[in-house]
Every structure is written in structure tokens, then in C-alpha cells.
Design a protein around this ligand. Structure first.
Ligand code: SF4
Length: 107
């Protein structure tokens, strides 16, 4: 689903399970997953602009990372992203590249 404001597209909301390249806006869908409800209920990003967590290529991740630093479920979020191989967006305060590096180091 296209999300528009003032005639300008600012994001997509996809059904959970769709291909990663279509997962912009997945964070909003994620909050509908019952088994993940516990930590997601306390996710700080749910109270903020989800667009900051899925910036355009080359866009700033600073604001999302700043919010993550104050999020009480940061560890759960990062663990989830690593376990589910989330390829897009900021999760647990880390970008996709940072998560990839972390995974490589853990192997
Ligand atoms: S760590 Fe960041 S992305 Fe994860 S739930 Fe918290 S605010 Fe959202």
C-alpha cells in the first residue's frame, strides 16, 4: 500500500512475509505480529515517524539511531532483526551494513 501525504509518496506498507526488497514500511506491519507483541509494545519507534527508520539510499540514519539509543527494547529488536535477516532499515540502532558486519563477526 502506498502512503501519501500532500500528493507525495513517502512510504509503503507491505504485508508481513513479502520479499525484503518490498519491505519499506515493514516496521509498521511488524507490530501486528502477535508473537512479537511483548517487546514491540514498548518500541519507541512506534511513537515516532517510521520513515526515519527506512531512509532512502544515502539518507541520514542519525535520527533513527538516536531514538534507538533511548529504546528499552533495543536488544530484543536487534536480536529479532538478526534472527530474521532483516535487510532494510534501522533495527536495534544498527543499519543493514552494521548488522551484516556484526553477523560476520559472530560467525
Ligand atoms: S531499537 Fe529502534 S528500531 Fe528497535 S524497537 Fe527500539 S526504536 Fe524501534
Amino acid at each position: 500500500m502506498r502512503l501519501e501525504a500532500d500528493g507525495k509518496e513517502w512510504g509503503h506498507v507491505m504485508d508481513w512475509g513479502e520479499r525484503p526488497e518490498q519491505e519499506l514500511g515493514v516496521l509498521t506491519d511488524l507490530f501486528d505480529e502477535p508473537e512479537e507483541q511483548e517487546w514491540q509494545d514498548r518500541a519507541l519507534c512506534a511513537q515516532t515517524d517510521p520513515e526515519a527508520f527506512f531512509p532512502e539510499k544515502g539518507g541520514s540514519t542519525r535520527e533513527a539511531k538516536r531514538i534507538c539509543q533511548g529504546c528499552e527494547v533495543k536488544d530484543d529488536c536487534l536480536e529479532y532483526a538478526l534472527a530474521h535477516d532483516e535487510r532494510f532499515g534501522i533495527w536495534g540502532g544498527l543499519s543493514e551494513r552494521e548488522r551484516r558486519k556484526l553477523k560476520k563477526r559472530a560467525v
